[in-house]
Design a protein around this ligand. Sequence first.
Ligand code: ATP
Ligand code: MG
Length: 462
Amino acid sequence: MAQDQGNRNSIELPAAACAVIDALEAGGFEAWAVGGCVRDSLLGRPISDCDIATAARWQQAENILAAAGYAVHRTGTKHGTVTAVRDGSAFEVTTYRTEEGYSDGRHPDSVIFTASIEEDLARRDFTVNALAYHPRRGLLDPFGGRDDLAAGLLRAVGDPDCRFAEDGLRILRGLRFASQLGFALEPRTLQSMQAQKMMLQKVSAERIVHEMDGLLLGDHAHDGLMQAIDVLGAIMPEIVACKGFRQHTPYHIYDVWEHIAWTVQYAPTTRLARWSAFFHDTGKPGSFFMEGDVGHCYGHGKLSVIIAREVMGRLKMAPRFIDDVALLVRVHDHQIAPTAKGVRRALAKLDGDAAMFRTLLGLKRADALAQSELAAPRLQAVGEMEALLDELLAADAAFTVGQLAIDGNDARQMGMAPGPAIGALLRAALDAVIDGTVPNEREPLLAFAARWMDDGQAQGTR
Ligand code: ATP
Ligand code: MG
């Protein structure tokens, strides 16, 4: 067994994980910490969950761990997995296994349990995920994962063509890790991902969304997306035209795809902001035309919305989330004057939703940061709008009809019949408040309403 005795101190496993390993070994079965926790610990990143691999069959692991005071849950016994819980920590414990046949391109046809940790590591996706660690035996690294960690490389374990042909999900996992860790795909591995990209068709919509979330929210989303474009075409053909698409305007130093990649990276780290950034300019190739030597993309936001809805609908994402992304994509480049009135109007258009407006401003900032220096005034305007928004919110200003100091009852008491005219009056009153011509107070608004009704009678329209 190739072991690295010298490096054991660079890993700090949680004491509770060591306790599970010790319990299994005291019961007579070898056990190691494996996968993401070893990788993240060597990188000095926070460990999310710590998986344990063991030579014990799940029934044996269950008996030993239950005797050691763990609550043991049979969370995946078909694949040899039980989950051991004690003092609030939970660990997945899985029997060493190899896998055989992947006729659906996603799941092994059969799982074969084995007594060899090396065989278990060989079935894993990337060398940096095929590391095992034991508190006393040290690091087990049969595929050079530690060198790849140091070099920042994601390399498939074994023959990359075979590995991606077995399970298409690995392709997206690789891109997601590239974005999260800031790693490069080793050239042959990337080549195979591209060659096998049609395997992505076999991955469920839910898993695609999960990996896309990780890719878009990663700290190195730009680098991840730049490596991803040729692969993503297999599941999002609508975005491929963005690659290399020159914009022919002094505002842009990048082609559309790289501009998108930077916008995603600069956007706030929320799902809504990142998915909106991902789609915001996808309508540019379709709306593009040249006038002399300058390119235009008038109305590209509307085309981007069509693409966003198409892709997210196919991925079965939540309808409300799709609507929110579509809204932000549609208005992302609408001009807003950096004045109190401009901000009030923009907020009113978003139904007074201040959180949505903040996300829009975050998207606008990211969009401007991903442009040329000519966009500096846009950047400054975003800062001013944020400050104005804070002031307006602190002043409790009205952005929706519901926030007005009068309501429909007042209109009825003034003699208006129930119906759409009342809504029209309240919207007119809101416009007046937003424009600053009438304060949001009862008496002035009632006077405004009386004038509005008189005008309407004079014109015979209300
Ligand atoms: P994170 O939990 O941060 O997403 P991880 O590497 O721990 O990263 P998991 O999905 O928790 O990812 O999987 C645990 C380990 O199982 C991985 O490190 C890898 O060794 C292996 N693994 C997971 N999915 C696959 C797959 N589709 N093909 C091969 N090995 C896989
Ligand atoms: Mg994990």
